[in-house]
Ligand binder design. Structure first.
Ligand code: 3PG
Length: 396
């Protein structure tokens, strides 16, 4: 186990906080500030307790110094989120940065430039990590969404400074723990998205852990095809039919019930205004493509979930970006949100598209927990150890 924020004595100390401020942005404007908002709690708490707070993050995937990936544009939104001015350091290491950090007073906050402007960050270079460590007395990792990266600011620092998990990291781990490690049973998982190939490990891990595995999105087509059904022009990884059958076998051995669509919404193209029809999975026309689970499938899913206490959700049930192919996702999400409000279902969701799909369904904030982590959430669902968490547990 690792230390939490309230176990650190931070007054007058320089606290290096690894946050994830890798936010969606366009032309220097933040288009979704959820990560900033959620990171603010730890920074506010540290400042309130008299720490000198130094915030580190990456933004995008720059190859060296690149103005297009500068984090300067985050100073204002971050200042707004924490309710006080945030100072800016042009680099994340070096003499000028050390001087700026040295001038911070208790309760003040500064933001460092993109740690990925130095290739040594991603290389988890020990000398670079030591340079970062020079800036702080303590290290707080608040970036669960980067915990799958063994980088200097997410991994090495935990070995160099007394460290703790931040409030967001703690909240993520608690929510995820309740969902899969010590869940109230029965547990269901909804796994959607376009391709089986990207979620093989995840499916393999989940069949051993959950009672119901509900498969939707394009990946369901591969399973239907593996069962000998015609899928027309649908997205389908025909070469993975054997793998899909192996997953079905593994699920049967583990007493995990796989739930696949029984009816589907088809169209001749994926676009707004396309003519759609609902057909049985046994009658998908050759010239049509599956774009959503049908109403009977949504009802069957809800029926299954009705007996469950815990739901983990990753990936939409259909091509939700274009209406009306968001219907099944929306119907199940709204039902799950209602059930959550009644205290009858613990709902944890995460991973790129999932958050957008749930926001489109209007249930953001109505699930027990929605993780803003993408890759880290997937790796956690795959049952992998996340280097950032391991390092925090091992400590300095
Ligand atoms: C994310 O957006 O998932 C995290 O910030 C990690 O970003 P990365 O995939 O570029 O490491």
């Amino acid at each position: 186990m690792f230390r939490t924020l309230n176990q650190l004595n931070v007054r007058g100390k320089r606290v290096l906080v690894r946050a994830d401020l890798n936010v969606p942005a366009k032309d220097g404007i933040v288009t979704d500030d959820s990560r900033i908002e959620r990171s603010a709690a730890t920074l506010i708490e540290l400042a309130r307790r008299g720490a000198r707070v130094i915030v580190m993050s990456h933004f995008g995937r720059p190859k060296g110094v690149d103005a297009a990936f500068s984090m300067r544009f985050l100073v204002d939104p971050l200042s707004k989120a924490v309710g006080q001015p945030v100072a800016w350091a042009e680099d994340c290491i070096g003499r000028d940065t050390a001087r700026l950090v040295g001038s911070l007073r208790d309760g003040e906050i500064c933001l460092l430039e993109n740690v990925r402007f130095h290739a040594e960050e991603e290389a988890n270079d020990p000398a670079f990590a030591r340079e970062l460590a020079l800036l702080g007395d303590l290290y707080v990792n608040d970036a669960f969404s980067c915990a799958h990266r063994a980088h200097a600011s997410t991994e090495a620092l935990a070995h160099l400074l007394p460290s703790a998990a931040g409030l967001l990291m703690q909240a993520e781990l608690e929510a995820l723990g309740k969902a899969l490690e010590k869940p109230e049973k029965p547990v269901a998982a909804i796994v959607g998205g376009s391709k089986v190939s990207t979620k093989l490990d995840l499916l393999g891990n989940l069949v051993a852990k959950v009672d119901y595995l509900i498969i939707g999105g394009g990946m369901a087509n591969t399973f239907l095809y593996a069962q000998g059904k015609a899928v027309g022009k649908s997205l389908c990884e025909r070469d993975l039919a054997d793998t899909a059958r192996e997953i079905l076998d593994k699920a049967r051995d583990a007493h995990c019930h796989i739930v696949l669509p029984v009816d589907v919404v088809v169209a001749d193209r994926f676009g707004a205004g396309a003519a759609t029809q609902v057909v049985s999975v046994d009658a998908v026309p050759e010239d049509q493509m599956i774009l959503d689970a049908g109403p009977a499938s949504a009802e069957a899913i809800i029926d299954r979930l009705g007996g469950c206490k815990t739901l983990v959700w990753n990936g939409p049930l259909g091509a939700f970006e274009i209406e009306p192919f968001d219907k099944a996702t929306t119907a199940v999400a709204q039902w799950a949100a209602e059930r959550t409000a009644q205290g009858r279902l613990l709902t944890v969701a995460g991973g790129g598209d999932t958050v957008s799909a749930l926001a489109k369904a209007g249930v953001e904030g109505k699930f027990s927990y929605i993780s803003l982590a993408g890759g880290a959430f997937l790796e956690w669902l795959e049952g992998k150890e996340l280097p950032g968490i391991v390092a925090l547990s091992q400590g300095a």
